[in-house]
Every structure is written in structure tokens, then in C-alpha cells.
Design a binder for this molecule. Structure first.
Ligand SMILES: Nc1ncnc2c1ncn2[C@@H]1O[C@H](COP(=O)(O)OP(=O)(O)OP(=O)(O)O)[C@@H](O)[C@H]1O
Ligand SMILES: [Mg+2]
Length: 308
């Protein structure tokens, strides 16, 4: 694994307030890194420092070995980013926007533009005016724009904000493809864990300006167990039994059954337990929503402890 982005004790103080507090992490080539945290945690601020839109108070960021402080141009040359809303001329077509942007960058051929447009799936609409685009299309145009100069690092701040499920899936697919096929390092921020789960290899959890956890997404998911919905009667009795045997799995019950979070390999013994106690089982379904719970757990515990 080859790190291409490196943050070392990055700190940002604005008007005496520490907004980002000694954040350190690395992102490797070919990896999708999710920057996850609730509103106001400091995701955008950190990203603004990585792309050089905001000065670092303390610490340093290197991109491709160049420091953003001492080798700014070399460092940002490697980056393609959408931080706030991508700047676009609405009265021009998507294509004209890309041409305009390409003129400001070096060595972007028409061939390259066509390829990029194809990659983001805008070929059919690229000659329409941007003002006629949906939000999702604008996002895709923004993505095309920041891919034109073939960056090694792609940074997207909340790329799926405002997109419908189909749009979200598309962004997710491009992101994964870019990492896999172009060996790009991708940093995406989000406050939605479920989304990060499908898109990222690793996640860093940020809260109150501190990085409180960095983990492989798989390990993070495993640690949280999986939520199962048990269609059982009587549900209340089942919940009591499960509570006795799996207190840490926090079973909850409703009219429809019981929800419980535990590792999948526990299911056979859980079934036996319930059957032995004459609970009727009509179905067991993976719900997989404990990831959000786990996120709240991690941010809740450490955040509360750290806030003081
Ligand atoms: N220019 C600024 N001046 C003062 N405070 C700022 C400035 N920029 C950000 N902040 C503060 O820094 C904190 C982090 O903000 P930031 O925008 O980085 O959060 P975020 O994680 O991106 O949140 P969101 O999910 O809402 O986008 C917030 O408390 C915000 O008010
Ligand atoms: Mg933000």
C-alpha cells in the first residue's frame, strides 16, 4: 500500500477556537477513504485544508510527497475536488463548461473530455444548457470537471447530498471504479454511515474536530454485529429470553417480532434456544441497520467523554 495523502497533526484554530484538533491519517492509492461525522464535526474544514482553500494553523498535509505548505503547486496538482457546489455557468452547455475549464488546465484534449463525459454518463445531455440539468446531472458534470486533469487524488465533500437513490448508486459506482481502474485515492465525506459502508474501504470518524476512530469498514461492520429481525410469537416472551442470553445484543420487541444485533454465527443457537422455549419462528431477516447504531455508539461515547 502506497500512501498518497498524509495528514500530520493537522490543527485549525479560528478566532481562538480549535475547530480541528491534531488530525492525522493517510490515504493510499486505489483506496476509497470515507470521512464520516455529524454536522459541524469538521469534515468540510479538513477538506478545505487538504485542497488548499484554507490555511493550516499547525501540522502539515502532504500530497504525493509534496507539502501543501512548502510545495503548494506540486501538492494540489494531484488533486481533483468538489468542495462546495461546483462552479458552473448555467447559461452554457455542459460541454462548453468543460471546454472553458479545460482551457484553464494544461493538456486536456477533446478526446479526454469525451472520455470523461462518457465515464460520468453525461454523453446524451452534454450539449444541453446546464440550467436544464437535474441536481444529479450537475453533480456528474462537476465530477467530470474535476477528473479532466487526471488527478491521482479525488476529494468529494458530501457527494451524494440531495441525490435520489439512483443518483447515489451512480456516484458510488464511479467512485469505486475510479479507485479500482485508475488507482486513484478517493476521499469522500458524509454523515451517512450506510452510504459509506457501500462506497469505502476505510472510514475515519470525526467528531468535534477530532478523529476518534479509523477502521477498515469491514471490521467496523463486524464489530457492530448484524441486526436481525425475528418474526416470532409471542414476541414479548422471546425478547425476555433473548435479553437473558444476549444482553449485549440489546433485543427490542414490537408487535411484529424482535430485533436483535449479533454476529451471524450466533443464529443457529439462537434458533435452538427459542424453539426449545416454544417460541414460534416465522422468519429471520437481516436488517443491517445497527451500523448507524454503532456509529452513534462510537461518536456518542467518545464524543461525550471528549467534550468535557
Ligand atoms: N470560517 C469559519 N469561521 C468560524 N467557524 C467556522 C468556520 N468554518 C467552519 N467553522 C466551524 O467549524 C466547525 C466545523 O465545520 P465544518 O463545516 O467543517 O463541519 P462539517 O463536518 O463539514 O459539517 P456538515 O456536515 O454540516 O457539512 C463548525 O462548528 C463550524 O461552525
Ligand atoms: Mg460539511
Amino acid at each position: 500500500m502506497e500512501p498518497i495523502v498524509e495528514l500530520k497533526n493537522v490543527t485549525k484554530v479560528i478566532k481562538g477556537r480549535t475547530i480541528i484538533d491534531k488530525i492525522s491519517f493517510q490515504v493510499n492509492k486505489g483506496e476509497v477513504f470515507g470521512f464520516l461525522g455529524p454536522n459541524g464535526a469538521g469534515k468540510t474544514t479538513t477538506i478545505r485544508m487538504i485542497v488548499g482553500l484554507m490555511a493550516i494553523t499547525q501540522g502539515d498535509i502532504t500530497i504525493g510527497g509534496s507539502s501543501i505548505k512548502t510545495g503548494f503547486e506540486d501538492a494540489v496538482r494531484h488533486i481533483g475536488a468538489i468542495v462546495e457546489n461546483p462552479e458552473m455557468y448555467k447559461f452554457l452547455t455542459g460541454y462548453q463548461n468543460l471546454i472553458h475549464y479545460a482551457r484553464m488546465t494544461t493538456n486536456v484534449t477533446k478526446q479526454k473530455i469525451a472520455e470523461t463525459v462518457e465515464l460520468v454518463g453525461l454523453t446524451d445531455r452534454i450539449h444541453d444548457k446546464v440550467k436544464t440539468y437535474s441536481l444529479g446531472m450537475r453533480q456528474r458534470l462537476g465530477l467530470a470537471q474535476c477528473l479532466l486533469h487526471e488527478p491521482q487524488v479525488l476529494i468529494l465533500d458530501e457527494p451524494t447530498n440531495g441525490l435520489d437513490p439512483a443518483g447515489i448508486r451512480e456516484i458510488r459506482d464511479y467512485v469505486r471504479r475510479l479507485a479500482r481502474e485508475k488507482d486513484m485515492a478517493v476521499i469522500v465525506s458524509s454523515h451517512l454511515l450506510s452510504e459509506m459502508e457501500m462506497m469505502c474501504d476505510r472510514i475515519g470518524i470525526i467528531q468535534d474536530g477530532r478523529l476518534i476512530d479509523v477502521q477498515q469498514i469491514k471490521e467496523f461492520v463486524q464489530a457492530s454485529g448484524t441486526a436481525f429481525e425475528l418474526e416470532v410469537t409471542p414476541a414479548e416472551k422471546a425478547a425476555v429470553i433473548l435479553q437473558q442470553h444476549y444482553p449485549e445484543a440489546r433485543p427490542t420487541y414490537s408487535r411484529d417480532g424482535v430485533t436483535i444485533a449479533l454476529p451471524k454465527q450466533e443464529i443457529p443457537s439462537l434458533v435452538k434456544l427459542l424453539v426449545d422455549q416454544e417460541i414460534h419462528i416465522f422468519g429471520i431477516k437481516e436488517a443491517g441497520k445497527t451500523l448507524e447504531d454503532r456509529f452513534l455508539e462510537v461518536t456518542g461515547e467518545k464524543g461525550a467523554a471528549g467534550r468535557g
